[in-house]
Design a protein around this ligand. Structure first.
Ligand code: ATP
Ligand code: MG
Length: 392
């Protein structure tokens, strides 16, 4: 029944002179999303609206699923498209469509006509009146409600005529690629994939860095992170994942520094190394899944100590979220089931029984100084031996 989609967008509609850039980016993202499914689509921009029109048979559910992952779209409207064969024909087809789509006729409705082609013989208000009458006559249990209708019967008169009543909720946000790039510190946990998703939603391209510690962490733990990156990539587009072997630096910190400071020192080195890759590839910020007070390394004092080694801005989109709020998003974007798989991540192996919760930055700096030249070499080696996996 549906041959096309009208794609509604919100914020990018108000971007002034840059509007076309955002629209073109969105058209592009829609094309990429639809390329992956069966069926060829034409994606076009027509007077401030974006249409995806099928040129052949396609899988409706697959198409909707792909479109709900495109940032920048707020509403996906499946369209019935008909040729203009006069008003009587239009009314018959609208009635037929409503009949098939809403088997129980217990709804209120309003007709919302939009005459984009001005040579159509009826004006928009006339179409609203006349079509409303015909629908009322066709089904005796339906009613008009102009304020809060159950069903908005949208009729757009263009070269062809579009009819739609459904608006499927889109992903929102801004089209990918309209806001630069950032480096996500991606672990196998629940929080960081959500953090990456949230920043990507604002149009930011993601790159990611994962620290593992073989043989203390397993291949399965690494695969889990790759799987998480692939899942986030369904929304954000392909993610270049840097996998850093952090075993030697971590063992050396373990041997050299007071155990209650391990986590903080480790995290500072993670930030430094991630920032190295970030700068190398033109990222404008780092992203973490930190949330105030969640664990010892995420108190305000700990965050302050970790943040101190970064020169790029660190984006922490879940900083004020409760765990349950983060879990809700991870369920929505389908990372939760993977995140809760029980494979150890590198931080959980080298944790102290009683980590400092209020680290003093000067004390931490002193401990790091004891690591000396050798630490530099280990870090350089970790950077040189990075393994890159493209996740899409
Ligand atoms: P997550 O659920 O994201 O793993 P968490 O609650 O386990 O977070 P921490 O382990 O303290 O919290 O990590 C805080 C943040 O540091 C993570 O959200 C992530 O951005 C980053 N991070 C932690 N471990 C790693 C790792 N092994 N590789 C890359 N980034 C990491
Ligand atoms: Mg973690």
């Amino acid at each position: 029944m549906f041959k096309a989609f009208l794609l509604k967008y919100a914020e990018i509609g108000v971007k002034g002179k840059n509007r076309y850039m955002f629209e073109d980016a969105l058209v592009n993202r829609v094309k990429i999303a639809l390329e992956k499914i069966d069926g060829a689509f034409e994606v076009s921009k027509v007077s401030g609206r974006i249409y995806a029109t099928a040129n052949e048979e396609f899988d409706y559910d697959e198409a909707v699923n792909a479109l709900t992952k495109v940032f920048g779209i707020v509403g996906i409207c499946p369209l019935v498209q008909i040729e203009d064969e006069g008003f009587d024909d239009l009314a018959d087809k609208v009635i037929d469509y409503l009949d098939k789509t809403y088997p129980d006729k217990n709804f209120t409705f309003k007709v919302n006509a939009r005459r984009a082609r001005k040579n159509y013989p009826l004006s928009s208000p006339e179409i609203n009146m006349e079509l409303g009458e015909r629908i009322l006559n066709a089904f005796d249990t339906v009613k008009v409600d102009v304020h809060h209708p159950d069903i908005m019967v949208n009729v757009e008169i263009r070269e062809q005529i579009n009819i739609y009543t459904k608006v499927i909720k889109g992903a929102g946000g801004m089209p990918t690629g309209t806001a630069g790039k950032a480096m996500l510190l991606l672990s196998g946990g629940i929080d960081s994939p959500v953090a990456g998703y949230m920043i990507a939603k604002r149009g930011v391209v993601l790159e990611a860095t994962y620290f593992h510690a073989p043989p203390y962490t397993s291949e399965r733990a690494k695969q889990k992170v790759i799987d998480l990156a692939k899942q986030v990539a369904k929304y954000s587009g392909p993610i270049k994942l840097n996998i850093v072997n952090f075993t030697d630096p971590q063992l050396y910190i373990y041997e050299t520094c007071p155990h209650e400071e391990l986590t903080i020192i480790m995290r500072r080195y993670m930030m430094r190394i991630a920032e190295h890759f970030a700068k190398e590839s033109g990222c404008l910020g780092l992203i973490t899944g930190e949330s105030i007070g969640q664990v010892a390394s995420q108190t305000m004092q700990s965050l302050n100590a970790t943040n101190e080694v970064c020169t790029l801005p660190v984006y922490r989109p879940v900083i004020a979220f409760d765990k349950q709020d983060i879990i809700d998003i991870s369920c929505k974007i389908d990372t939760y089931e993977t995140s809760i798989l029980p494979f150890e991540d590198c931080c959980t192996i080298f944790v102290a029984k009683h980590p400092v919760t209020k680290p003093n930055v000067n004390v931490i700096r002193n401990s790091e100084e004891k690591l000396g030249e050798k630490m530099k070499e280990l870090v350089d080696k970790a950077i040189e031996t990075v393994e890159v996996v493209w996740c899409e």
